[in-house]
Design a protein around this ligand. Structure first.
Ligand code: URA
Length: 190
């Protein structure tokens, strides 16, 4: 089953690499499809690749990714046991937020990733992902760390690691969110 999922994800990634559904394809070095365990119970969703990700073809490998790794480590999670993806798979110019129409054009890839991986918990990293996946008026500062169930999947929004690098005063609150996440994962039935 896991092998079938991995094969389906690989085929989807191949399609993603050739995608021209929105203008972001014109500025990319490569599409950044997502990485991780095809059987992951936990899916992280960011907003879109930055410079490093565009170079290396993997999400969250720049400074924001290093901070994400630290949070994972702090609560005893390993990057390899999660799956990590973004709302848009191609780098928005100058790291601007992806436009609504770019998000819309790219969402079929994320929807298919979710359908194949079937995570138990989806964590939205930052406003763009939380507003797109949880609620359009989601406020990270007010609602971070709260779990809501949507179609049988637990969803939570927390601070984007890049925002934490700019505003480190929120780091303790983010750590609490990751601790709550670990507790939820431990409480999941096998
Ligand atoms: N920021 C994101 O939202 N995603 C990445 O992959 C890297 C930085």
């Amino acid at each position: 089953m896991e092998q079938e999922t991995a094969a389906a994800l690989a085929a989807l990634a191949e399609r993603c690499r050739g995608c021209t559904a929105c203008p972001l394809c014109r500025g990319r070095r490569q599409a950044v499809f997502g990485v991780g365990n095809p059987a992951a119970r936990l899916l992280f969703v960011g907003e879109g690749p930055g410079e490093q990700e565009d170079r290396r073809g993997e999400p969250f490998v720049g400074p924001a990714g290093e901070l994400l790794n630290l949070y994972l480590k702090a609560v005893g999670l390993r990057r390899e046991e999660c799956y990590i993806a973004n709302i848009v798979k191609c780098r928005p110019p100058g790291n601007r937020d992806p436009l609504p129409e770019e998000q819309e054009a790219c969402l079929p890839f994320l929807r298919e990733q979710v359908r194949l991986i079937r995570p138990k918990i989806i964590v939205c990293l930052g406003r763009v992902a939380a507003c797109r996946l949880i609620r359009p008026d989601f406020r990270v500062t007010r609602e971070h760390g709260q779990f809501v169930e949507k179609k049988g999947t637990l969803m939570m929004g927390t601070f984007h690691p890049a925002a934490l690098l700019r505003g480190p005063q929120q780091k303790p609150a983010a750590l609490e969110d990751f601790m709550a996440l670990r507790d939820r994962l431990l409480a999941l039935p096998e």
